[in-house]
Design a protein around this ligand. Structure first.
Ligand SMILES: Cc1cc2nc3c(=O)[nH]c(=O)nc-3n(C[C@H](O)[C@H](O)[C@H](O)COP(=O)(O)O)c2cc1C
Length: 187
């Protein structure tokens, strides 16, 4: 069975998984297990630190060091965001209010940027230390300077240092997680 992206099942396979049918079945099983991994759901802001701004939905996010305070994000190499993180050397993360789950779909396709009005898809944004856009309706934001990058297959794992952070909403506001939606990524 073909993948949504067009490629067939992806190996390697464990011993005994040899026929095309077994490869298909294993591929589906592996996806179901990988989709079971718990994730948060965020909007990541990027800029070339000149005239370009972007924001995208992502779930591959984790803190990776506490001294220094480093956060890692997995970004597909074909994404505009990838180009802007490379160009600007920074990114921002927005923690999203559970009530704002509709935002997720709006930032998983190309974004309409209005620099004069300071909006992304009509959502007002502001800029803090790095200049990467931060949605003003975020529960909290994390502003990062790029420190490391690791090529990770068809993604790049960018690691940024937290240079500014804050809450825009009450600290007790529930934030969005993958399980609050019917969506998946990767697998
Ligand atoms: C629920 C969900 C989670 C996603 N997680 C990621 C992710 O972790 N990394 C990634 O590169 N893309 C992820 N995407 C896909 C991007 O949001 C999508 O490709 C986006 O259009 C990229 O935008 P850009 O090309 O403007 O940068 C996710 C999409 C959805 C719907």
């Amino acid at each position: 069975m073909a993948e949504p992206g067009g490629s067939g099942p992806i190996g390697p396979y464990p011993p005994g998984i040899e026929t095309d049918e077994q490869h298909d079945e294993y591929d589906r099983l592996r996806r179901r297990v990988l989709w079971k991994m718990p994730y948060g759901l965020y909007v990541l802001g990027s800029t070339d630190r000149a005239a370009r701004r972007n924001a995208m939905t992502l779930n591959w996010v984790t803190q990776v060091s506490f001294d220094p305070k480093w956060i890692g994000v997995g970004i597909e190499q074909t994404a505009l965001t990838h180009e802007l993180i490379e160009a600007g050397g920074c990114f921002s993360l927005c923690l999203i209010d559970q009530e704002d789950r509709a935002i997720v779909r709006k930032f998983s396709k190309p974004v309409d940027v209005d620099l004069a009005a300071k909006t992304l898809n009509g959502f007002p944004y502001l800029e803090k230390v790095t200049g990467a856009p931060i949605l003003s309706q975020a529960v909290a934001y994390i502003d990062c300077e790029l420190r490391e990058r690791l090529t990770a297959g068809n993604h790049t794992f960018f690691v940024g240092e937290v240079v500014d952070i804050g809450f825009f909403k009450d600290e007790d506001t529930p934030v969005l997680r993958m399980e609050d939606t019917r969506m998946n990524y990767g697998g």
